[in-house]
Design a protein around this ligand. Sequence first.
Ligand code: COA
Ligand code: AMP
Length: 639
Amino acid sequence: MAERDTYARTYARSTADPEGFWLEAASMVDWDVPPALALESSAAPLYAWFPDGRLNTSYNALDRHVAAGRGDADALIYDSAMLGVQRTYSYRELLAEVETFAGVLRGLGVEAGDRVIIYLPMIPEAVIAMLATARLGAVHSVVFGGFAPRELAARIDDAGPKVIVTASGGVEPKRRVEYLPAVAEALETAGHRVDAVVVAERKGFSSSRADFNGAGGASWQDWAELAAAAEPAGPVSVAAGDPLYILYTSGTTGSPKGVVRDNGSHAVAMAWSMSNIYGVGPGQVMWTASDVGWVVGHSYIVYAPLIAGAATVLYEGKPVGTPDAGAFWRVAAEHGVDVLFTAPTALRAIRKADPDAVEPGRYDLSRLRHLFSAGERLDPATLEWAGAALDVPVFDHWWQTETGWAICANPVGLDELPVKPGSPTVPVPGFTVRILDGAGAEVPPGMEGNIALRLPLPPGTLRTLWGSDERYRNAYLEVFEGYYATGDSGYLDEDGYLYVMGRTDDVINVSGHRLSTGAMEEAVGSHPAVAECAVIGVADPLKGQRPCAYVVLKSGAETDAAQLQRELVERVRSRIGAVADFKDVQVVDALPKTRSGKVLRKTMRQIADGVPHTVPSTIEDPAVIEALTPLLRPGGSRG
Ligand code: COA
Ligand code: AMP
């Protein structure tokens, strides 16, 4: 097993001498001041990598490749299946766009450390705005376009941005999404005052910036007009530990958590992961079919491929229906994609539409080497289908917004390890994965428990939560002393392969999108007829999970069930966004609770998923769960 040894040796080095290992890896990026010290531990458990290093992330993603004579190489390949448009930017062209837009932001008063919210569809401006913000040493926070104004407002209030960058709209298969009214509403709702909104005009939208001038006290500016007059801005040197971005993710409560990523250790982790996990470098093409609004998009649409000097594909489209189930294979063939990264839900959607895998045969996929999947567990049936359809190895890998890159993967840049369906393979060098029981003791192989990562986490993982070290400590670091608690449960087998079984909290995963049932309960519970409610995620053959609400009405509430459902669906859409895909509502007499009043969501979920369930001895009234069971069971009268 000489090959496997490479992974084993690398992993052993990363745990025996993490500081030496990562200091060596730090040479993969260009520093203004190279770090002499690997890790600052004085504020443990809040660690900081490369404390004395200085660099600029956008320089590493762009300028250094141009300086090395690769200015004409492809950097960004935009392919819009929605509009039938394609455009490729070389490194030189992308750098020119980024330095110009950095000049625009500087002209609007953005300086190092200031925040910029980016609320854009999958268009090149999204990548340009991210890199331009980073160029100034400012901090971006990208908000996924499928989120409603209230969610945008919550992020505005938490991040306190000087500027918002947006576009007139996004194109969804069934409709055009007007962004500007949503931004205006968010600005009016938010307590924080934003100085300026920069709008990239797209044709075909009814609202224009002129309609909103002054909304929330912000000035509305046109991207193209400002860019025409802007002075290009050079890269601003920042400390490695300075924040590069804030990315909000769902926790158990309705208030999102702002994951903070630093500049220096992030750049190192991105560079290291491209060659060692994905095996992709200059001259190759990586396509991550996600959205820049999610961590997968931050890391593997934008930063990692560009830092590595590869080309990256930005795809505005869906896996099916734009126009057909061959869309992914068309893009992979036309752009010579070497490595494709997508979510299981996208593969399941394609498989449903093209079960016999006729579409891949219509395209030349000879360059495609590997398919990576993340976002939720890759079920063995989909893994097998995709492997046979594409005739390439298919790898699941497991990670989170918080970690920023894979915790467990098949690191094909090191060795291609045997695939065990249902497992995202083995811990990536830098991550020490342990399975702990509720008291924090390690459990033997094969036994399920809480998945925890020993501290310090490697470079590229979260520094803290924006504005609250305390919340970071409480939510992640104080659950098991000396560990980061992932919130996932699972087990390790005898060979050290991990199996991730699901969340231990009330976070759900709909089409690979992480959502909080707590936030949905807040929206449902605000309806005047609703006394109380529980929203749980139940297994869905296409989307992985889908949210289902169980609602107890106020006594005397006169409500037609269909009408109530429509109103609740509308409430969740307008407060959280269409992306929650909230449709199922069931009126029940009572919710099962413990004697202390905690709703037994886990038991409800187990019954709904048809898996063995446990009813805690602390249940208040066992008759409630008995009455609810027929409604919860798969095929029960849910919508
Ligand atoms: N902006 C605005 N609205 C958006 C949006 C965006 N960026 N993305 C999704 N939505 C809306 C959709 O228009 C839809 O609205 P509707 O209810 O009015 O039709 C709703 O959110 C749900 O959309 P979607 O999640 O795309 O579900 P779908 O049933 O239309 O399509 C899939 C199913 C599986 C094809 C689709 O979910 C998909 O492509 N999933 C892959 C997602 C992914 O890559 N996740 C991984 C992140 S790592
Ligand atoms: P997000 O932060 O949106 O990336 O979601 C992270 C969560 O999604 C993880 O904590 C897991 O619950 C789930 N997840 C992501 N990838 C996988 C995977 N490959 N296998 C199992 N669960 C996954």
